[in-house]
Design a protein around this ligand. Structure first.
Ligand SMILES: *[C@@H]1O[C@H](CO)[C@@H](O)[C@H](O)[C@H]1NC(C)=O
Ligand SMILES: *[C@@H]1O[C@H](CO)[C@@H](O)[C@H](O)[C@H]1NC(C)=O
Ligand SMILES: *[C@@H]1O[C@H](CO)[C@@H](O)[C@H](O)[C@H]1NC(C)=O
Ligand SMILES: *[C@@H]1O[C@H](CO)[C@@H](O)[C@H](O)[C@H]1NC(C)=O
Ligand SMILES: *[C@@H]1O[C@H](CO)[C@@H](O)[C@H](O)[C@H]1NC(C)=O
Ligand SMILES: *[C@@H]1O[C@H](CO)[C@@H](O)[C@H](O)[C@H]1NC(C)=O
Ligand SMILES: *[C@@H]1O[C@H](CO)[C@@H](O)[C@H](O)[C@H]1NC(C)=O
Ligand SMILES: *[C@@H]1O[C@H](CO)[C@@H](O)[C@H](O)[C@H]1NC(C)=O
Ligand SMILES: *[C@@H]1O[C@H](CO)[C@@H](O)[C@H](O)[C@H]1NC(C)=O
Ligand SMILES: *[C@@H]1O[C@H](CO)[C@@H](O)[C@H](O)[C@H]1NC(C)=O
Ligand SMILES: *[C@@H]1O[C@H](CO)[C@@H](O)[C@H](O)[C@H]1NC(C)=O
Ligand SMILES: [Cu+2]
Length: 809
């Protein structure tokens, strides 16, 4: 007991040195030193002391402070923040003046015109950013990352180019193909299989019109491409790319009740399109599939349909079972307000809104946002030292399976659609507490920049369980568990993904993803091996969600090693065991020394502790100081091996996590157009593994979160965030001399010295609120929900932003 306390006391001395930065920026009185307790407590039972008057901030009755973030000026500019409106406009106008690009504005473009599909900041190389962040170098040169859609050609392709340096100057600005971040060196080009999507849609409607008699009889509807369509046709993604370009499609019901339940209304009739090449007259119908029977032509299908004994299956029909509004009897007392949190003395964090720089307690970081992957965070420092250079989503896949060709063929790679364009405004009081601070996010589309107002939220919360406690016959000590969160939510098609990063007083960072929204279901016909029967003719189609994240850790510098400390069962004879062997356990220590061993599994029974350490910077006891990485929920990777759908497009999904050497040429594990060429993707993650040493190098971890999702009746109408949840924790391991949470003043020690009565309530300087809370301030006016704020860039019209709610891509 005694030695534990003195170790802790040493730790506290160090912490107070490290935390001087906090005091400097804090407008509040310094926390009362708690060293008195440490001295007094050396003698057991000697915890006495005068009862303290709580410090009161303001008169009782005065109203509480507004929960607005404290302002701060970022120590360095955010080199990952997007282009300014003026920069984006100048790049677009410059692109349109390059005659060789032969561009058409998106609104005027048809299938055979070239367009600009992306204009965003090129994330600077880490090498250059570090020289700026840690040294005296100027901020890295700014370049625009542009994606062109070349369609004025028989072989359409997307191409990534770099434009810069910025600002644009006639004569000196250049563009060049962007190749260095990609493993396939083809001038940043990827073929575009979607160039003729309008024609393909027409073609499919021609097919469905050709069997309108059958769809009317089976589904009471037709799909002809007209506004009065009552059923829909869509199919697998990615397309089959083995033998030409082929897509299986299915008929789906259209919701009629204003809810979005279309993905719950599969109708069980399928047809395949071979749309290889750009000439629709050469496209071919490859066959029909219904009730587990394949028909190789429309004629064959029609003949069967009108034959005696053809079994007609029941369609799925929408209705209140698929609507998300409240239904059923009201739960006891449920109309009363549930408990809510308030921030009586204002916010306890700092935000530089312009630079998207945030500081809470001993953590600080910058926020970035991109079209492909949405929110990311950079340069996370803890106690003044960087621990993480970059943390964020890379790609998300949803791999389905089934006895029907559409489910079997579906393996969405969601960055093709992008998380940025679908990260809509958050609903205050529901997505985030009503007192949260909000940031905007912006993305480019069709010569405009769209801003989703209040689409990133920041807030502190106090958990419903304490961070620390201990009680004895003399005292009880307990600490509040307050932490800081940044969150954004992206609705990509039917699914809503909530991305959360949180920062804790114990020095840990938690990464979480949750999924809600409508499942993509399957038609229930002979497919009990691929899901549960969940409604009339409905299968909860099985699928894996795998979300790949990049975690570039820098622990005490960039020279780091990934170590393992494994608990292993063992039989040992000890000098004191009188010659008998004892079955017990011990630790074995190891490390991952080479990229050849860089594809990893968390290991059986959670018996392996993984840590990023700096072996050149041991602590005073000779242990490596580091940060541990640990799954917070059951770890997972893709069940399917050598997926026929994905081929080499998502090699990051094969294991739980990976470690590689950081390289400016390997900034991301995926590319948004990997689905367009799955056998020869422009980023093949496997190519990152080329036998390099990983000992005391700059390391990057690529870890997967996700869920094996076999939807059940409880996924109707929507999957719920509570259980569709996955997480990882990044936590100090021998990094500090003790538990840093001892620094918070939001703890109490109640002394009763063995007697029945309390002798002292020791507080440590926390200010007790006595103000009056106006709960009306905590009721957001949801009528002020805003759509996209759009600024036209070509022609540039900065002073005339307009609102758009039907939005995007
Ligand atoms: C430029 O694009 C147009 C279509 O927008 C196309 O008709 C024309 O052939 C293209 N010109 C060149 C030189 O490629
Ligand atoms: C970033 O790094 C790559 C790879 O070393 C290099 O080709 C590229 O020129 C660098 N970018 C800048 C802006 O220096
Ligand atoms: C930055 O400049 C200051 C003042 O010139 C100098 O003292 C310091 O060593 C420099 N730091 C680095 C990392 O070069
Ligand atoms: C570049 O030159 C074009 C045409 O000569 C002109 O319209 C444009 O304003 C110039 N842009 C800048 C940034 O000087
Ligand atoms: C669809 O059918 C119409 C009428 O037969 C035809 O004109 C059109 O070319 C067809 N569309 C496609 C993409 O095949
Ligand atoms: C068929 O659909 C029409 C609307 O398209 C609707 O009015 C009618 O009630 C439906 N019939 C049945 C049997 O559901
Ligand atoms: C849909 O609209 C078209 C064109 O107006 C019309 O010919 C057709 O009969 C309509 N179909 C239905 C089911 O109302
Ligand atoms: C699709 O069409 C292409 C081009 O005509 C052909 O080469 C390919 O074999 C066809 N694929 C299938 C599955 O029929
Ligand atoms: C978000 O955008 C809106 C509309 O352009 C603007 O009024 C608001 O100040 C922005 N908020 C932040 C935090 O930048
Ligand atoms: C997947 O591919 C690897 C490498 O080609 C091979 O060793 C393995 O057996 C394959 N697994 C399956 C299930 O096809
Ligand atoms: C404890 O407090 C009660 C109520 O104030 C008082 O009556 C009693 O004497 C106290 N006991 C001791 C041991 O101080
Ligand atoms: Cu799911």
């Amino acid at each position: 007991m005694k030695s534990a306390i003195s170790t802790l006391a040493t730790g506290l001395a160090v912490f107070s040195l490290l935390s001087h930065v906090v005091d400097q920026v804090s407008a509040r009185p310094s926390p009362k030193s708690s060293s008195k307790w440490m001295k007094d407590s050396r003698a057991r039972g000697g915890l006495g002391g005068a009862r303290k008057n709580p410090i009161r901030l303001r008169d009782a009755g005065a109203s509480c402070s507004a929960p607005v973030a404290q302002s701060i000026v970022a120590p360095k500019s955010n080199v990952w923040a997007g282009l300014t409106d003026a920069e984006a406009a100048s790049v677009i106008s410059w692109l349109f003046s390059q005659k060789d690009l032969n561009l058409t504005t998106t609104d005027d473009a048809g299938e055979w015109d070239n367009t600009v599909t992306l204009v965003e900041l090129m994330i600077p190389n880490k090498t250059d950013s570090l020289a700026y962040l840690d040294g005296n170098a100027t901020a890295p040169a700014r370049y625009a990352h542009v994606q062109l859609d070349h369609r004025a050609t028989e072989e359409p392709y997307f191409q990534d180019i770099l434009v810069g340096p910025l600002p644009i100057k006639n004569g000196t600005t250049r563009y060049e193909p962007l190749t260095y971040p990609y493993t396939r060196k083809t001038d940043g080009r990827v073929r575009n299989l979607e160039a003729d999507s309008d024609s393909l849609s027409d073609w499919k409607h021609n097919v469905s019109a050709s069997i309108a008699d059958i769809t009317l009889e089976l589904f009471n509807g037709t799909a002809t491409g007209l506004d009065n369509d009552t059923i829909d046709v869509w199919g697998q993604d990615p397309y089959w790319q083995e033998d030409g370009i082929v897509q299986w499609n299915q008929f789906w019901g259209l919701p009629t009740d204003g809810f979005d339940e279309g993905t719950l209304l599969p109708l069980g009739l399928y047809f395949a399109a071979n749309f290889t090449g750009r000439d629709p007259s050469k496209w071919a119908l490859l066959g029909w599939f219904y009730n587990d029977v394949f028909y190789s032509s429309t004629e064959e299908f029609k003949t069967a349909f009108y034959s005696e004994g053809f079994e007609k299956l029941k369609p799925n029909i929408g209705g209140s079972w698929a609507a998300t509004d409240q239904k059923g009897p009201v739960l006891p007392l449920d109309t009363l307000s549930p408990p809510m949190a308030v921030t009586p003395q204002g916010s306890r964090y700092f935000v530089d809104t312009e630079q998207k720089y945030i500081k809470w307690m001993d953590f600080e970081f910058y926020v970035a946002f991109s079209r492909d992957t949405g929110m990311r965070i950079y340069n996370i420092k803890y106690k003044g030292k960087r621990i993480i250079y970059e943390l964020g989503l890379q790609e998300a896949l949803a791999h389905y399976a089934g006895n029907d060709p559409v489910q079997s063929g579906t393996s969405y790679l969601d960055t093709y659609y992008g998380f940025g364009p679908y990260s809509f405004q958050l609903v205050a009081g529901y997505d985030c507490p009503s007192y949260a601070t909000y940031l905007n996010s912006s993305f480019y589309t069709a010569e405009t920049t769209h801003t989703h107002v209040n689409s990133i939220c920041l807030f502190e919360s106090t958990a419903d369980y304490p961070l620390q406690r201990h009680s004895t016959s003399d005292y009880v000590s307990v600490t509040k568990n307050t932490y800081f969160t940044i969150r954004s939510v992206a609705t990509v098609g039917n699914y809503d993904y909530a991305f959360t990063y949180s920062f804790h007083l114990d020095g840990s960072v938690h990464v979480e993803v949750r999924a809600s929204g409508y499942i993509q279901s399957a038609y229930w016909a002979n497919n009990e091996d691929y899901g549960f029967h969940i409604h009339d003719s409905l299968s909860g189609s099985m699928h894996d969600h795998v979300l790949n994240y990049k975690l570039d850790m820098d622990v005490l510098g960039t020279a780091n090693t990934l170590t393992t400390t494994k608990l292993v069962p063992t039989t040992e004879t000890y000098p004191w065991s009188f010659g008998t062997a004892r079955n017990t356990m011990k630790l074995t220590r190891g490390q991952i020394s080479n990229e050849d061993d860089g594809k990893l599994s968390w290991g059986d029974n959670s018996a392996t502790m993984w840590a990023i350490v700096n072996t050149d910077a041991p602590n005073e006891f000779g242990e490596n100081r580091g940060y541990r990485i640990m799954p917070a929920t059951a770890p997972m990777h893709l069940t399917v091996q050598n997926s026929t759908n994905l081929a080499k497009a998502a090699q990051w999904a094969t294991h739980d996590f990976f470690v590689t050497r950081q390289k400016d040429t390997e900034p991301r594990s995926a590319h948004p157009a990997n689905s367009q060429d799955v056998h020869d993707p422009i980023v093949d993650f496997d190519a990152f593994f080329d036998g390099e040493s990983l000992e005391q190098e700059d390391l990057v971890l690529w870890f997967n979160l996700g869920m094996h999702h076999v939807p059940h009746t409880g996924d109707l109408p929507n999957t719920v965030f509570t259980t569709a949840h996955s997480g990882l924790q990044i936590l100090p391991l021998n990094y500090l001399p003790g538990d840093p949470s001892r620094e918070t003043v939001n703890m109490v020690r109640v002394d009763y010295s063995g007697g029945p009565n309390v002798t002292t309530v020791e507080t440590f300087g926390q200010l007790l609120p006595t103000c009056a809370v106006d709960l009306a301030e905590y009721e957001p006016d949801l009528h002020s929900y805003t759509g996209d704020v759009v600024i036209r860039k070509f022609p540039f019209d900065p002073n005339d932003p307009y609102l758009e709610t039907d939005s995007i891509v």
